[in-house]
Design a protein around this ligand. Sequence first.
Ligand code: SAM
Length: 226
Amino acid sequence: MYEFRGATLQEAVHQALRYPALSTKKLAKVAAKFDFTARLRMGNVLFVGEGNLSFALTISGKPRVPTSSILATVYEAEEDLTDTAYDNARKLLKLGCSVKTGVDATRLSDTIGKRQFRTIIFQFPNVASRDPRYGQNPNHVLVARFLKSARNHLKPGGLVIVSTVDSPFYEGAFKMDDAARKAGFAAPDIYTFDPREYPGYTHQNTANEESAADGHTAFATFVFSG
Ligand SMILES: C[S@@+](CC[C@H](N)C(=O)[O-])C[C@H]1O[C@@H](n2cnc3c(N)ncnc32)[C@H](O)[C@@H]1O
């Protein structure tokens, strides 16, 4: 069957009729979901900022995922992990994945050395503070710095993947195109993200923050190619 970026032609045409004014890029977003499982099956995946590790666990547990090439990381130190995160870390290790705590996504070389990956994933990046940094939204600064750092750890042809809430407010906060440019990537491709497709993925809040996903129904996955 003919496919338009993962959606059937019929779905793409249906979306085009519903959203006639959308650009090709936006059309791709409404029409297609990024296939995380297919990407994991290619191996060599780094997860950063995983919170309770439930996203990494949910996909790593799928059939035909080469778990020994997967490294799931969290920002927090081991002693600060929640019981759920600890439990999920144990399950990931049992599957054959590696798990690392205390990994700052903006300074990857400090903790993972020179390792390179085919795919680097940061789901719902979020800092606890709303205070501007260098006149910029701190979440924009986090993503721009993460992209810059991730670039040094990508194999040729690798992808960096980031999901966020899909709303004008979040678009304004992250300014993904701008972050991509600062880190030397082209503007990202945008897909839709549906957490319900990942049963077991329980979104964890940043400390003292409302959940980035709570109360929202639309999510987007940004795919940066290196
Ligand atoms: C909204 S939570 C999302 C957690 C998880 N990725 C998920 O989807 O459930 C945001 C996460 O970003 C992490 N984070 C914030 N700054 C970070 C940094 N510099 N490096 C890595 N992770 C960071 C926090 O520790 C927190 O777990």
